[in-house]
Design a protein. Structure first.
Length: 93
């Protein structure tokens, strides 16, 4: 794995106020830069980037070279410079 730990401050969490509440970090999602609130998790990024994804159904996410199980998205913080790939299954014929 990549040494990430579960937990962390979530957007709107226990920040001290002021600029810290509005701090943003830049991540790269599917090759495109995206600014998210500091303290965001993989689940937060997926919700912004792919709002139709619910509970990880029909989707996979990799952070760097690590594919993350959907159950760990909410507990995995993103940090500035992280590269995420969000893949969604498509049905059809």
């Amino acid at each position: 794995m990549n040494g990430r730990t579960a937990g962390g401050n979530f957007a709107g969490g226990n920040s001290a106020g002021g600029e810290a509440e509005h701090a943003q970090v830049q991540v790269v999602v599917n090759g495109a830069p995206l600014h998210v609130p500091a303290g965001s998790t993989v689940a937060d990024v997926v919700a912004l980037f792919a709002p139709g994804v619910r509970d990880g159904r029909g989707a996979a996410v990799a952070v760097g070279d690590d594919v993350l199980p959907a159950g760990s998205w909410a507990g995995t913080p993103v940090t500035a410079g992280d590269r995420l790939e969000v893949l969604q299954a498509v049905a059809g014929g």
